[in-house]
Design a protein around this ligand. Structure first.
Ligand code: ADP
Length: 499
């Protein structure tokens, strides 16, 4: 469990940023420290070596004469003064003597004693006696020392037959190097402190980056997860500029579009479900009637004189079904934009008169009067003649259907800005306020009108009218009061000759 948590943490962007920062800083500091140590050490040691050689040269210059003359008492004195003033250990190895004059002036030690007495190996001593200078670091239990061993050279003829400089002895000078060590340990401390500081800064930087990079990314992931589960999701705050900010904006846009698409699909599904339920219902009534009458006839339950009436009912129901199918196909092709309209300039008064004339027998049958008001000059409109005729017929048909016998219908045409307004008004049963928003829906029939309308009314008329008006670039509205009547307004753009 704990392991899993750690794995999860190390997999997160924050941990990766932090880890990469620390690794980069670690590697950089390590490399710099190594180089720095090396340089500092080299610098201090070569400085010290140089000083030591200077001191040794001075010492050799001061002791050479007494050394040549074997004036050991003087030699010892000079050596101890030099030792003290140079803060170093001075030793003279004299190959001419067999036993030590003092701890400062000694003969060449044996192979076994050499290291203990002089700090140099037998071969190292021989090497110096051959005229070479030697540096050596000595590691003691308490402190380190740096030693230089140099030959004492004489040009005196007594010592050199050829008159050339020759090695007659050697001098070693060793000095503690604690000061160098202190300096290096100070530098080490400095590097450790700066490393700690750098790691703290890296941590702060990683935290800051996590806020600006990983926080919006995390929020996006969470939001997307919620959306995929179908839960409510949050938009991600655009708190950073640059790529992450752009990504957040794009993400919000995508998520919003996805949500819209999902909602559209949901709405579409709901509409489809509703339509299927309505269609089934509308089909079932006439189908049941056809089935009932046909069965009765086949089983011989219908008397001879009633058979014709029965067959008429079956025919009417079949016709009703046919009309339903026709209307539905019409609506579907209009909604899909498959309906081509044949636009041309039309004089509105003529088309209204034609519609009233064709519906006259129906209104006369219910003793409903129809009057037309045209009190201004009427402009042309640009419309499909047959579809406009159908719009007016549907509205007039409804006005007659939902108005009681002896009622009255008024039709008028007027202009309103750039629009032409047809108004068809009746003093019929009116529409309930709660029904008003739904009368345009397919198969919607207000309860109050359900029983009054005849079979021709299938709850599709206003849906078709609305689609047709829309195809004309116009709009349709209704004002109605229950018990007082309804007025439908169709607004269509007028025809401008220049256009
Ligand atoms: P229908 O075929 O039932 O007439 P419509 O789509 O034409 O279907 O109308 C939908 C509903 O709107 C009708 O069932 C009716 O309730 C109401 N309606 C339409 N026109 C009128 C009107 N002039 N007066 C009262 N109610 C109306």
């Amino acid at each position: 469990m704990f392991k899993k948590m750690i794995l999860k943490r190390t997999g997160s962007l924050f941990s990766r940023i932090l880890l990469s920062h620390i690794i980069i800083i670690g590697i950089t500091l390590f490399t710099i420290s190594l180089l720095f140590f090396n340089l500092v050490e080299k610098y201090f040691f070569s400085l010290r070596e140089w000083e030591l050689v200077e001191d040794a040269n001075k010492a050799i210059a001061l002791v050479t004469e007494d050394y040549e003359d074997r004036n050991y008492a003087e030699l010892e004195k000079t050596a101890s003064v030099l030792s003290a003033s140079m803060n170093s250990n001075l030793r003279i190895i004299d190959p001419r003597i067999d036993s030590s004059y003092s701890s400062t002036i000694i003969p060449i030690p044996s192979d076994e004693q050499s290291e203990a007495l002089t700090g140099l190996g037998y071969y190292e001593i021989n090497n110096v006696l051959m005229g070479n200078t030697l540096f050596k670091k000595q590691y003691g239990p308490n402190m380190q020392r740096l030693m230089v061993a140099m030959p004492i050279v004489s040009s005196n003829e007594d010592f050199s037959e050829s008159g050339e400089a020759s090695t007659i002895g050697m001098l070693t000078l060793s000095t503690p190097i604690a000061a160098i060590e202190t300096t290096i340990s100070r530098v080490t401390r400095l590097i450790i402190y700066s490393s700690l500081f750098a790691v703290t800064v890296a941590l702060a930087l990683a935290l800051f980056l996590s806020k600006t990079i990983s926080k919006p990314l995390k929020a996006m992931a969470l939001s997307a997860q919620e959306l995929s589960k179908g839960n409510a999701y949050n938009k991600v705050d655009v708190s950073t500029a640059g790529e992450i900010g752009d990504l957040t904006i794009a993400f919000n846009k995508v998520i919003e579009e996805t949500e819209n698409t999902v909602n559209e699909q949901k709405n579409l599904q709901a509409l489809q479900d509703k339509l299927i339920a309505n269609v089934s219902h509308e089909f079932r009534v006439p189908l049941t009637s056809i089935q009932g009458y046909t069965e009765s006839m086949l089983e011989g339950f219908v008397k001879e004189e009633e058979k014709e009436k029965c067959l008429h009912t079956i025919l009417n129901n079949a016709l009703h079904l046919n009309h339903l199918v026709e209307d539905l196909l019409k609506l579907s092709s209009m909604e899909k934009g498959y309906t081509n309209l044949n636009f041309k300039p039309i004089y509105p008064k003529a088309i209204l008169n034609r519609a009233i004339y064709s519906i006259k027998s129906k209104s006369d049958g219910k003793n409903i009067s129809i009057t037309v008001f045209l009190n201004e000059e009427i402009p042309y409109i640009f419309a499909d003649e047959n579809r406009l005729y159908q719009i007016l017929i549907n509205l007039l048909d409804n006005a007659i259907a939902y108005t009681q016998e002896g009622g009255h219908i008024e039709c008028s045409i007027r202009t309103e800005d750039d629009l032409l307004v047809f108004a068809i008004s009746d003093n019929g049963i009116g529409i309930n306020r709660k029904d008003l928003p739904y009368i345009w829906d397919q198969f919607y029939m207000a309860d109050s009108s359900r029983n009054r309308a005849n079979k021709r009314h299938r709850g599709l008329g206003l849906s078709i009218v609305k689609e047709l008006v829309k195809l004309h670039g116009g709009e349709i509205n209704v004002e109605s009061k229950i018990g007082e009547g309804s007025t439908f307004y169709i607004k269509l753009p007028t025809y401008k000759k220049s256009s």
